[in-house]
Design a protein around this ligand. Structure first.
Ligand SMILES: [Zn+2]
Length: 360
């Protein structure tokens, strides 16, 4: 009988220890180890200092996120390269250092910006001050996103709430029409995939709690449950049901998704989650442009191809979007306009552009 923290009525029948994939060049299958705990079965894995599986800590592992970003930037030159941002009228971003909304400076080619995708909720938007300063009290998800932006070494963040004029309908329409450009040119999109509104914040950031896991210690070795599948959490999130968020994810080259348990990264070339620490070199094909398909069974959260570059039937994209919910039905075309514009752009050797006239 062992001491199992977080579980009651516990009796252990057996444990099977998975082997470390780095010990062998053979194809690796994820652990299928089971532990019998009372009347329920849970998947457990063996955790030790050389294991490729690690339970996420209470705080986001920024070093690991930085490693993902650097690998993507250094190796995914074909799929994830940063295009040059064209001139977008009235485009503005949050300067996270000064907490002020500022016009984008195109002359500084080294500047990049991040974007945020979240559930808008029902709360009213506080106005900016005359000099563009953000309100003192921000919704938690925006406050946390500013922290993440700075923590990852970036300075600028685009958030629709403050960077799209909410009271100027003409200016608002222009910005909505540029959504495909904004998300396509974003260096990284932060996705708040947990909670039901902006007050929830990002788990693992600024002290926001994360889901904890039971563990069992046998002598000097600790066992943890096979951690939740981040892609499953994202797929079943409220964020994944909302209309506006559909194109925000689809149009982004890189996404960092925050769930209640961990962060999940997906770019055009790879996808990985915080609880798995397989070296990225091992995950990738020899040319390192894309992950191998056979070594990791963690699923993607959504299509990672640039819209319009693969022969995906147009109806599939529309059907996926049609399952989403909108607060205002009048937004049906606006919230899809970025995808429509992306599909209408020529893609060289890809499929032919799909044009539309007011959504038809
Ligand atoms: Zn990439």
């Amino acid at each position: 009988m062992f001491n199992v923290e977080g579980l009651s009525d516990t009796s252990i029948i057996f444990l099977v220890l998975p082997k470390d994939p780095r010990d062998s060049s053979e194809r690796y299958d994820p652990p299928t180890d089971y532990i019998h705990c009372g009347r329920s079965f849970g998947r457990f894995f063996f955790s030790h200092r050389n294991s490729y599986l690690q339970p996420p800590s209470a705080v986001v592992d920024y070093a690991k996120v930085t490693e993902w970003l650097l690998f993507c930037e250094n190796h995914h030159s074909k799929l994830c390269r940063t295009p040059t941002l064209p001139q977008l009228p009235s485009f503005q971003v949050i300067d996270c250092q000064s907490r002020t909304v500022v016009p984008w400076i195109y002359e500084d080619a080294g500047n990049v910006f991040l974007t945020l995708s979240y559930v808008w909720g029902t709360a009213n938007v506080d106005s900016l001050s005359a000099d563009g300063a953000l309100p003192t009290l921000l919704p938690a998800v925006i406050e946390d996103s500013i922290s993440v932006t700075l923590r990852l070494g970036y300075r600028y963040l685009w958030v629709d709430r403050y960077c799209i004029p909410q009271t100027d309908e003409a200016a608002k329409a222009v910005q909505i029409g540029n959504m495909n450009m904004i998300f396509k040119h974003s260096e990284l999109t932060l996705i708040a995939a947990s909670g039901k509104d902006p007050s929830y914040g990002l788990p693992g950031v600024n002290g926001n709690p994360r889901r904890t896991y039971p563990s069992v210690t046998v002598e000097d070795q600790t066992f943890y449950p096979f951690l939740s599948n981040a892609a499953h959490e994202i797929t079943h999130s409220l964020w994944n049901t909302r209309g506006w968020t559909y194109q925000e994810a689809l149009l982004s080259r890189r996404c960092l998704m925050f769930t209640d348990s961990q962060v999940f990264f997906q770019c055009r070339g790879m996808h990985c989650q915080e609880s798995i620490s397989i070296p990225l070199d091992i995950l990738h094909r020899p040319e390192k442009q894309k992950v191998r398909g056979s070594i990791l069974t963690v699923p993607k959260t959504f299509a990672s191809d640039d819209p319009g570059t693969q022969p995906t039937p147009f109806e599939n994209v529309v059907n996926d979007y049609a399952r989403r919910s909108l607060t205002y039905e009048t937004d049906a075309l606006n919230a899809f306009q970025g995808v429509l514009r992306a599909l209408a752009m020529p893609t060289g050797s890809g499929p032919k552009p799909v044009h539309n006239f007011f959504g038809i």
